[in-house]
Design a protein around this ligand. Structure first.
Ligand code: FAD
Ligand code: SF4
Length: 353
């Protein structure tokens, strides 16, 4: 590992001033992603600014009835928070589906949002990678891309964002609060992470030296009827192949439940949490049915451009979204198909087909 200087910050403004004044500075929170990258030589800072002891570790209610989550709140603590569990169950489930108990005890809210892709070429400094070293090429496009993007990718990069938490926060219209050298700004989570375009080296819109201080969740009363479902290769300790965060607002209709509003976001399929606006539009005001759910999935997946190794993600995501919406609306399976469909089991042991 390349030698570096270490500085422990006493307050947020000082942390920002120190990092902003050093082009090679990075913030250290739980260290579960940054330290791995430093060991691999993927990230080689000159200065590590330790923010882990800044008092940004509380969850408080906002005047509007939402929650303000400090950037240093640990993933385990956030998942266990009673207000999160009761008001935003999709967020608690997303957090608990990520990493392992030990990692969640260290991982922070800010660090989770800013963890970097798990594309194998990004993590292997002997291979070309536009994200790690702009202009060198993308090894994944014609290489190992089974885990990578089907939506919103570019010629230059087909990586996915690995966070589960961020997918749930995207569905909730969360807002990232960031402190920079020129003051504070608020960034909607759906605009916080970027699509790769021709600058895949930038994962987010955050500038150098900007510190996440909090994430705010607006009140979403119907999020009590919400969930997060993640499909992966192993039952735990694996990143999402595909995932769905969903919250649905229902009212009674003459032919069954009518969807007043739906919030949907996908993980494991794009360079950012993928907010499924087209599917949401199609569901709004309609009577819940399996046929409607499949049409909503198709509307969103029209833009899918699978790679050589990940075409399976298209039906897997369609089936996962359909199963999630059936669960949240109480609509029974429509076709009477037997068990053992192509999608296998999800992390709850429920069949995905
Ligand atoms: C084996 C393994 C399995 C995992 N599985 C999953 C999984 O299934 N799902 C999942 O979502 N995650 C998974 N993770 C990733 C894990 O969730 C992240 O490593 C963790 O959330 C990062 O948080 P941290 O506080 O440790 O961040 P750090 O490693 O300290 O920092 C990560 C990045 O964020 C920056 N940063 C941190 N805090 C701030 C801040 N407040 N403001 C500005 N910049 C900041 C750092 O400079 C760094 O670039 C896994 C990790 C490992 C090692
Ligand atoms: S997909 Fe992105 S991160 Fe992976 S090799 Fe290509 S440029 Fe690098």
């Amino acid at each position: 590992m390349k030698p570096f200087d270490y500085h422990r910050a006493d307050d947020a403004a000082a942390a920002v001033a120190t990092a902003a004044g050093h082009p090679g500075a990075v913030f250290l929170a739980g260290g579960t992603n940054l330290v791995d990258r430093m060991k691999l030589g993927v990230t080689e800072p000159d200065l590590v600014v330790d923010i882990s002891r800044l008092p940004l570790d509380t969850v408080t209610e906002t005047d509007e009835g939402g929650l303000r989550i400090g950037a240093n709140v640990r993933n385990a603590d956030l998942a266990a928070n009673t207000l999160v569990r009761t008001r935003y169950p999709l967020l608690a489930r997303a957090l608990l589906s990520g990493a392992s108990g030990q990692l969640r005890n260290l991982a922070t809210t800010g660090g989770n949002l800013l963890q970097r892709t798990r594309c194998v070429y990004f993590q292997n400094i002997t291979t070309p990678c536009n994200k790690r070293e702009p202009g060198t090429g993308c090894s994944a496009r014609e290489g190992l891309n089974r885990n990578l993007a089907i939506l919103g990718a570019s010629e230059d990069c087909v990586a996915t964002h690995p966070s589960d938490m961020a997918v749930a926060m995207s569905a909730l219209d969360a807002v990232v609060v960031a402190l920079g050298p020129h003051g504070e700004r608020r960034i909607p989570l759906s605009e916080f992470h970027r699509l790769p375009g021709d600058e895949p080296q930038h994962d987010t819109v955050l500038g150098h030296g900007e510190l996440i201080t909090a994430v705010e969740l607006p009140p979403v009363p119907y999020a009590v009827n919400s969930t997060y479902r993640k499909v992966r290769d192993r039952a735990s300790f694996a990143f999402a192949l595909v995932s769905v965060a969903a919250a649905v607002d229902l009212e009674d209709g003459p032919d069954g439940p009518v969807i007043r509003e739906a919030r949907l976001a996908f993980g494991g399929v794009a360079h950012k949490p993928w907010r499924a606006w087209a599917a949401e539009d199609l569901l709004r005001g309609e009577t819940a049915s399996e046929e409607l759910f499949r049409r909503a999935a198709d509307a969103e997946l029209e833009a899918a451009r699978p790679l050589s190794g990940n075409a399976f993600k298209v039906p897997m995501l369609r089936n996962t979204l359909t199963a999630v919406l059936r669960g949240l609306t109480g609509v029974p399976r429509g076709d009477g198909a037997g068990p053992g469909g192509p999608g296998g089991m999800d992390d709850d042991g429920e069949e995905i087909r």
